[in-house]
Design a protein around this ligand. Structure first.
Ligand code: SF4
Length: 371
């Protein structure tokens, strides 16, 4: 793709991601590059983030904005509005803030709306107290209920609720209880993630070491987690909240415009520690740690592998992808095998995962990656 075409794409549809990688506590399952906030470090970080935004050449029009990373809902309101004032083209078509339950007040919600925020993504993870406590979080279901009412009262009705399938102690009954709460609270968007066990989190480490801390000995098995996920697909579907991406469900019209850019390989620019950018040709990542970011270390860049990414990122979408003729030819053997195994399906033009393929999606994606 040449630079002019790339610039044209960015003018049309690009998004902005701002990273605030600080939280009140580190959740036991979290494998993100986030840490516990210390006053001096956060103010230094906010100055560096503002400087990065000021230095950017805004030769394009941001369509969406996403403020994530850790817990940006704890950002002091003056800092938040200053940061957002550095991103041109307000009002954006969609501007999301990630929020932890227990941090939402009417004052904050009104200030967010005034600063241009249009959507709030709530990291609930579970409505069941015993499960929540084992993650290290402190909220309750009633707190979430009150805070969603507060958001709605302040005009922030575009709300996402995050849930995790596979938490320690989770059973069919407790998972149903969380889904009952979703039905009662009726958010237009829900994300359902299956718990990842890897050495990047305290819980994952404990499991890998065969220990019992953080509820490591009470994790549901893989088949059970797959059942929980299927239960969610069915229940949310019956509520009119349909799956449009492996982990994301929405009422029609409430799909996340910003996150769709990641799966449709549309451009976005990321600011802050560990933020990623993609201009249609090149992928860039800022230094992962806050310390390295504050030291001004350079990030890393690499050429995007568009053809592969169209498959292993695009196939995450329920609508699937429309491969070009040469892509059908290139991947013919792999595609035919997955069609025969019932993991992919096609109408001749589109290619998408079947419901069974969704559960085995990592196996499918791997086959589209070159060694
Ligand atoms: S899961 Fe979210 S709130 Fe918890 S430590 Fe990680 S980034 Fe912070």
């Amino acid at each position: 793709m040449d630079a002019r075409l790339c610039a044209a794409i960015m003018v049309a549809v690009a998004g902005v991601y701002l990273s605030y990688p600080f939280c009140a506590q580190k959740c036991t399952y979290c494998n993100f590059a986030s840490g516990v906030a210390r006053a001096e470090e956060t103010s230094q970080y906010l100055r560096a983030l503002a400087a990065e935004l000021r230095a950017h050449q805004w030769q394009w029009t941001p369509e969406t904005l996403y403020l994530g990373g850790g817990t940006p809902s704890t950002l002091p309101l003056d800092d938040l509005s200053e940061l957002l004032s550095l991103v041109p083209s307000k009002p954006w078509r969609e501007a999301t803030i990630e929020a932890a339950p227990g941090t939402i007040t009417a004052e904050r919600a009104s200030a967010w709306a005034n600063a241009g925020i249009t959507r709030v993504s709530l990291g609930v993870q579970s409505f069941v107290e015993s499960e929540i406590r084992r993650t290290g979080r402190k909220h309750t279901a009633l707190m979430v209920e009150r805070e969603i009412a507060t958001l709605r009262h302040c005009g922030l009705t575009n709300i996402n609720v995050d849930l995790i399938a596979g938490l320690s102690g989770q059973t069919g009954d407790t998972w149903r209880e969380s889904l009952d709460w979703v039905e009662r609270l009726n958010p237009p968007h829900v994300s359902v993630y299956m718990l990842e066990i890897d050495s990047g989190s305290r819980l994952g480490n404990e499991v890998l070491l065969g220990g019992r801390r953080y509820g490591a000995a009470d994790l549901p098995g893989g088949d059970q987690v797959a059942d929980f996920y299927e239960m969610a697909v069915e229940r949310l579907g019956s509520l009119g909240i349909h799956r449009y991406e492996i982990s994301n469900f929405a009422r029609p019209g409430f799909e996340s415009r910003h996150n769709l850019k990641y799966w449709k390989l549309e451009p976005y620019a990321g600011f802050g520690a560990d933020a990623h950018s993609f201009d249609g040709v090149t992928r860039r990542q800022n230094p992962e740690s806050v310390r390295e970011y504050l030291e001004g270390r350079p990030g890393e860049s690499c050429a995007a592998r568009i053809r592969e990414e169209r498959f292993f990122v695009g196939l995450r979408l329920t609508a699937g992808i429309q491969p070009h003729p040469e892509e059908w030819r290139l991947y013919q053997i792999t595609i035919d095998r997955f069609l025969a195994d019932g993991l992919l399906e096609t109408d001749g033009a589109s290619l998408r995962l079947t419901p069974r393929g969704v559960l085995l999606s990592n196996e499918v994606f791997q086959e589209f990656l070159s060694p």
